[in-house]
Design a binder for this molecule. Structure first.
Ligand code: GDP
Ligand code: IMO
Ligand code: MG
Length: 424
């Protein structure tokens, strides 16, 4: 399949990076289409662990990597990653950066932090990396783009114009420290010198690859329920992780996408604030967190843990056109005698639905209705094929397939690169 989107089907951290790393072996190109360094994709290769925020995961397999126009780029983070990959012996010669991607500037980070502080207990719980303010400037048509680094004079001018307004906001509205023009301009000129060689017409590059019949992967960051339009607004990110945006976010036609693979954990996690119907009550939440190592890659925050929510997953299948699922971290459930799975929500009027509520207040008030599946209570370490899985684990997977009418084609049984079972 030439063009495949790998999209998070929950609230992020489903293991997208690991699935992309697996599929990248047989791909020619890997593209990120949205988000920025709010992403944290962890890939475990034997004794080596990679935590990637900006560069597509294909870098580990030595594949060409595109950072598409839909992304926001923090130059300091990107350069840090480029340097780190070089240090670890990976070539970064084939990293291509869209000139239309927007730059995260220091005031975006400062405003993200200050606005979260101001919101107090209404805070979104962002990663505080400047994502929302950067996309807001993009939509307001006052952003600074990657292509602006190509000309030192233009870059300085744009920083000067932006700072004249941002410093007023920072001082008068957010009561924060203003930025000094000379310091920022000098710092960004240094970044510019390092990043200029990577700037490419990535739309043309990806389209050409597809026309040549190459296999291209589109690596989602964040996930469906964090989507700005379709997620649990306002507790969302500021971009569109859904699969359709792989086209807009890289500059190809929507008819070029051939396949969408959703990635879901065998349970659910969420970092940050916002409603979460299947969040586990009591000690079992901490048990899942410990067993699954559920602490944020970017912020180190505890991830909230819940039982598998098929209402939310059904919604993700619909929004993304998911025909295949990768079900990760099945091994984490090995320790439980019984596994509740949410198949419906009970709404305020007492009715039950298998569809994700369209209205925010209905979702906030929704209560999960569970079916309890038997656990398997044995380790999955020795499972090499799906046939080796305990019967109850196979049943868990088949239950998901039956409820959602999708195929589960990949099953994660451990963090290491090798620990994935493939089903035809
Ligand atoms: P992403 O943001 O979607 O790429 O996911 P993260 O990397 O933030 O979080 C997923 C975490 O689970 C990482 O630490 C992975 O190494 C780990 N992981 C991925 N798949 C599996 C699996 O099947 N089993 C276990 N135990 N860990 C996994
Ligand atoms: P990956 O790609 C999990 C969450 C934040 C917060 C909300 C908005 O690793 O799956 P933002 O900084 O984007 O404005 O924060 O979105 N969030 C993520 N949660 N995984 C991520 O990325 C996330 N990126 C953002 O915790 O609730
Ligand atoms: Mg992550």
């Amino acid at each position: 399949m030439p063009a495949t989107v790998i999209v998070g089907a929950q609230w992020g951290d489903e293991g997208k990076g690991k699935i992309v790393d697996l599929l990248a072996q047989h791909s020619d190109l890997v593209c990120r289409y949205q988000g920025g360094p709010n992403a944290g994709h962890t890939i475990v290769v034997g004794d080596e662990t990679y935590k990637i925020r900006a560069i597509p995961t294909g870098i580990i397999r030595g594949k060409p990597c595109v950072i598409g126009n839909g992304c926001v780029v923090d130059p300091e983070v990107l350069i840090g990653e480029l340097d780190e990959f070089e240090r670890r012996g990976h070539s970064v010669d084939q990293v291509y950066l869209s000139g239309n991607a927007h730059l995260i500037m220091p005031w975006h980070v400062a405003i993200d932090q200050a606005s979260e502080r101001r919101l107090g207990n209404l805070a979104i719980g962002t990663t505080r990396r400047g994502i929302g303010p950067c996309y807001a400037d993009k939509a307001s048509r006052i952003g600074i783009r990657v292509q602006d680094i190509l000309d030192a004079k233009i870059l300085r001018q744009k920083i000067e114009v932006a700072l004249a307004e941002k410093n007023l906001w920072l001082e008068r509205v957010y009561e924060s420290e203003p930025f000094d023009l000379e310091t920022v301009a000098a710092q960004y000129e240094t970044y510019a010198q390092r990043l200029r060689p990577f700037v490419t017409d990535t739309s043309l590059y990806v389209d050409t690859a597809l026309r040549e019949g190459k296999d291209v992967l589109f690596e989602g960051a964040q996930a469906t329920l964090l989507d700005l339009d379709h997620g649990t607004y306002p507790f969302v990110t500021s971009s569109n992780p859904v699969a359709a945006n792989a086209a807009t976010g890289t500059g190809i036609g929507p008819n070029r996408i051939d396949r969408v693979i959703g990635v879901t954990k065998a349970y659910v996690t969420r970092v940050g604030e916002g409603p979460f119907p299947t969040e586990i009550d009591g000690d079992n939440q901490q048990r899942v967190r410990e067993l699954g190592g559920e602490y944020g890659t970017v912020t180190g925050r505890e991830r909230r843990c819940g039982w598998l929510d098929l209402v939310a997953l059904r919604y993700a299948v619909r929004l993304n056109g998911i025909e295949q699922l990768a079900l990760t971290k099945l091994d984490v459930l090995s320790h439980f005698a019984e596994l509740p799975v949410c198949t419906r929500y009970r709404l305020r009027d007492g009715s039950e639905t298998e569809h994700f509520p369209a209205h925010q207040s209905d979702f906030h008030a929704a209560r999960p209705v569970y079916e309890t599946l038997p656990g398997w209570e044995e380790a999955l370490d020795d499972c090499v094929t799906v046939a080796d899985l305990p019967a109850a684990a196979r049943h868990y997977v088949e239950f998901v397939e039956h409820e959602l009418d999708v195929e589960v084609t990949l099953i994660g049984t451990g963090a290491d690169r090798e620990r994935v079972l493939t089903r035809a």
